[in-house]
Design a binder for this molecule. Sequence first.
Ligand code: URA
Length: 240
Amino acid sequence: MSAQRLDKWIANTCGLSRKEVKDFVRAGRVCVNGETVHNAGMQIDPDSDVLCLDGKTYTAQQHIYIMLHKPLGVVSASRDRTQKTVLDLVPAPLFRKGLFPAGRLDKDTSGFVLLTDDGDFAHRILSPKNHIQKTYLALISEPLPEAALETLAAGITLRDGTKLLPAEVRVCTQDRRTVQIKICEGKYHQIRRMLAAVGCPVQTLTRTHMGALALDPALQPGECRLLTETEKEKITQRSN
Ligand code: URA
């Protein structure tokens, strides 16, 4: 679908007159991609923009893809009886039934979480077979020994017998206590267990990229926004 006037698209989609839509816009009852709009004649792309009238979402997009900056202390689940979840951080205009986190971060890990209602896409980016790297930055309590780089790059076997695929590891600071690790799988506490296994327990951990897409630095912890189509595709590409 090509770009269209906002008032025309809402009028057709919601069965309203253009005059009614203009009145709604003037009253601040219409949002595009989570932002209240003031120009009923603005151009929108129904294939990628999410419109919201009085809190109800309208979009031609079949699925929704949201980048969230997960703060510490929030669980990566769709529902939890007692604790705040990543879905609790999604504002009403972007919320959809069926939304879930594509890949989990521990409660005490911060960073990039993708929320979507597209199960096929989630499977595609999470399956280790597709070699889509997730990039983490870890602060560790001991300098990473040179030998650990090779051990982790070869793919280690954890004490409980779990065999891990090769990881790409880079030391980022002179004191060797900040390391970047790229992995294609998502086993339970994987990065923490990998680094503990080489004698370097993790102090803080954050996910910075999924595939070639970096967490938007403009997003504060707890904030989220829709992905553009180009950004969504970048998740499926190799990181540098
Ligand atoms: N590895 C971990 O140990 N924790 C996370 O949250 C993600 C990867």
